[in-house]
Design a binder for this molecule. Structure first.
Ligand SMILES: Nc1nc2c(ncn2[C@@H]2O[C@H](COP(=O)(O)OP(=O)(O)OP(=O)(O)O)[C@@H](O)[C@H]2O)c(=O)[nH]1
Ligand SMILES: [Zn+2]
Length: 288
């Protein structure tokens, strides 16, 4: 969607339509009313009459209905930060965006160093978070990533200097354009709005660059139960003795048992405990 003087560019069944917002949608006058990625209903007169509920909303840049959030780090230079990775995954789940991890610059590692990083991150595959090991310099892992992103809308985030621009450039590599496929196939018939913020992938799908960052906070949950809901793997184990168990000091805690027996990765339980303490001290007391 290129929003030019109030017009929205909508894609439907492979065709594009220029539409305006119906007065009733415009009236509350919010930038977030209708944005890139929204599914909308429009009428014959070219007015958008309804914006469908969103599965998520990214704010910088403003884009709705993202399929995946790529969290990108470098294996080296800048140094990999495991805690930051965990916190970003948590934020992604908080915002209802499926997280995916990319570790770039693996050309800078010895075989042993790469194995060490892979083993440190192995627990992520146990909780169904895909990890891609990539080198844009040596073109390693790019094809697998392209396959994965095909047909999806993916936002890329990460600290600066990890090679986001380098990967986005490679992904847009137009070699595949020759096959005559265009992005038009994406979401045909679903009336989605589009925008120049979305970079089109030759094989179908879009990627979005988000601003780099240095620090990152825990998500602003309101209580322990909301934090626990961001650890989906906790739902898969047997119940705790107490209904309102926060899995810290309670006896007969199913989560603690699962972490001890290895059913839940220990890294995840330890990370949960750190989040619990920090949220309790710095966030939740605001709500009391
Ligand atoms: N060794 C190595 N260096 C890489 C690789 N990919 C990118 N770089 C280098 O890393 C530096 C940062 O790359 P960019 O693509 O500008 O990184 P970015 O994440 O977009 O950085 P910001 O624009 O600061 O957000 C550049 O000097 C790249 O040449 C890689 O696979 N291996
Ligand atoms: Zn428990």
């Amino acid at each position: 969607m290129n929003k030019i003087q109030g017009f929205y560019n909508i894609e439907s069944n492979g065709k594009e339509y220029l539409c305006k917002l119906r007065g009733i949608l415009k009236r509350s006058d919010k930038r977030e009313n209708c944005t890139v990625g929204d599914y909308v209903i429009f009428d014959e007169d070219g007015f958008i009459t309804e914006v469908k509920p969103r599965k998520n909303l990214l704010r910088r840049p403003l884009v709705a209905n993202i399929d995946y959030g790529v969290i990108q780090f470098a294996a080296k230079d800048p140094v990999i930060d495991y805690e930051k990775i965990n916190i970003l995954i948590l934020n992604s789940l908080y915002n209802k965006i499926n997280p995916v991890l990319i570790i770039n610059k693996i050309d800078l590692l010895t075989k042993e160093e790469l194995e060490e990083i892979k083993s440190n991150l192995e627990y992520l595959s146990k909780i169904d978070i895909p990890v891609f090991y990539i080198s844009t310099y040596e073109n390693l892992g790019i094809e697998d990533l392209k396959d994965f992103l095909k047909g999806n809308v993916t936002a890329f985030g990460g600290p600066s200097g990890v090679g986001k621009s380098s990967i986005l450039n490679l992904l847009q590599d137009s070699k595949e354009l020759k096959t005559g496929e265009t992005s038009k196939r994406l979401r045909a018939g679903k009336h989605t709005t589009r925008d120049s913020k979305l970079l089109t992938l030759p094989s179908g799908g879009f990627v979005i660059d988000t601003p780099g960052f240095s620090s990152v906070d825990l998500p602003p949950t309101e209580n322990a139960q909301e934090l626990i809901s961001l650890f989906p793997e906790f739902k898969t184990v047997e119940d705790c003795k107490f209904n309102n168990c926060v899995h810290i000091n309670e006896p007969q805690c199913g989560i603690k048992n699962a972490a001890e027996s290895g059913k839940i990765p220990k890294e995840r339980y330890d990370f949960y405990k750190r989040c619990y303490e920090k949220s309790k001290n710095e966030i939740w007391n605001k709500y009391k």
